[in-house]
Design a protein around this ligand. Structure first.
Ligand SMILES: Nc1ncnc2c1ncn2[C@@H]1O[C@H](COP(=O)(O)OP(=O)(O)OP(=O)(O)O)[C@@H](O)[C@H]1O
Length: 334
């Protein structure tokens, strides 16, 4: 799979992640089923999906924390089922909250994690990078949510891993700290590590990730670069403007995928040429809207179309509901 961003040479010849047909059940619950994807050396791959879609289960199977029921999982060329001790020395995993005792000091935590690896990290430099140098002697229990989050990421990086797993890394961080965290993650990648990033933030996925894997109900529903997903699943461009013409007039234009009315505003979604066709239709009527707005699809649009916006009744297929009508709030889909 191709990647889009410049970086230094990857540190390992092994493919960081190769998953084929992963299946994991908990009793009667199938958490993931037939999940396949790869992470290439030096890539940042984002795993997206709604709550309960199987992201954590997938990542835990890669880390050797869960035993898959089926499938072939290779991480840095190792089998996490049988080579977990070797794997642990080469990967870094961000902890979840409450994973450390309250009394443990920040510096002690870093030294403890450093003792697992073979390297001698510069602990001061690491704490400085993550804005925690002044907190070196502070007990974990006294840290704010954002400081804890930064400590967990720092601990994941302490042994200079070849592959890093970051799970909702910027949850709880303020906007400045989020951007700082993004820059640091890019630096980790630029040093040659591959990164698997679980996130709910579309801006983070778009900014950081070379490729995305989107899960829904335990299955992969799309993979690709952020731009590819927007192009394939974003639904195209949306033009909104005031008009009292009936919705089917717009729905019948070539290239239109969806038409909706919100109050007096009509929203038409489709391929880029649709804007010209709307103009062509409206100009002869003399009703040229002064409030015409055109918006390109975003990653969030693509994501919502792929996984549903939570309002569908278990039949999310990435398409808008095919209703007909011309009442406020109604839609005409093609
Ligand atoms: N230990 C467990 N025992 C039973 N069911 C579990 C267990 N862990 C996860 N599940 C179930 O497996 C499914 C996938 O959960 P998972 O935590 O992998 O999803 P997720 O995408 O990481 O969710 P979130 O975004 O909320 O963290 C869910 O239905 C969840 O309830």
């Amino acid at each position: 799979m191709t990647t889009t961003r410049a970086r230094t040479s990857p540190r390992t010849a092994d493919r960081p992640v190769e998953v084929r047909g992963l299946r994991k059940t908990y009793g009667k619950t199938t958490a993931v089923d037939d999940v396949s994807f790869t992470v290439e050396p030096g890539e940042i791959v984002g795993i997206l999906g709604p709550n309960g879609s199987g992201k954590t289960t997938t990542v835990e199977c890669l880390q050797g924390l869960r035993r898959p029921d089926q499938g072939d999982v290779r991480v840095l060329g190792l089998d996490p089922r049988h080579q977990v001790a070797t794997l642990r020395r080469r990967i870094g995993c961000q902890l979840q909250d409450a994973a450390l005792p309250d009394r443990l000091r920040v510096g002690e935590a870093v030294r403890l994690f450093a003792s697992v690896g073979d390297r001698r990290p510069d602990i001061d430099a690491l704490l400085r990078e993550w804005g925690l140098r002044e907190k070196r002697r502070a007990p974990f229990g006294s840290l704010s949510g954002g400081q804890r989050q930064r400590l967990f990421v720092a601990l994941a990086l302490v042994n200079d891993p070849e592959l890093v797993f970051l799970d909702e890394m910027t949850t709880g961080l303020d906007p400045t700290a989020r951007r700082d965290a993004w820059r640091l993650v890019e630096r980790v990648r630029d040093r040659g590590a591959a990164i698997v990033l679980v996130t709910h933030f579309m801006d983070e996925a778009e900014r950081l990730c070379d490729r995305l894997v989107v899960l829904r109900d335990g299955a992969v529903v799309a993979t690709g670069t952020p731009a590819e997903l927007v192009h394939r699943h974003g639904g195209g461009l949306t033009a909104s403007f005031s008009s009292d013409l009936p919705l089917p007039v717009f729905a019948e234009l070539p290239g239109v995928r969806d038409v909706r009315r919100h109050g007096t505003t009509v929203e038409v979604t489709g391929e880029p040429a649709v804007v010209l066709r709307i103009g062509h239709l409206l100009v002869p009527t003399g009703h040229v809207p002064a409030d015409l707005l055109v918006r390109q699809a975003t990653l969030e649009d693509a994501y919502i179309r792929l996984v549903g916006d939570g309002t569908q009744d278990g039949t999310q297929d990435g398409a808008d509901p095919p209703t007909r009508g011309d009442e406020p709030g109604t839609a005409v889909a093609r």
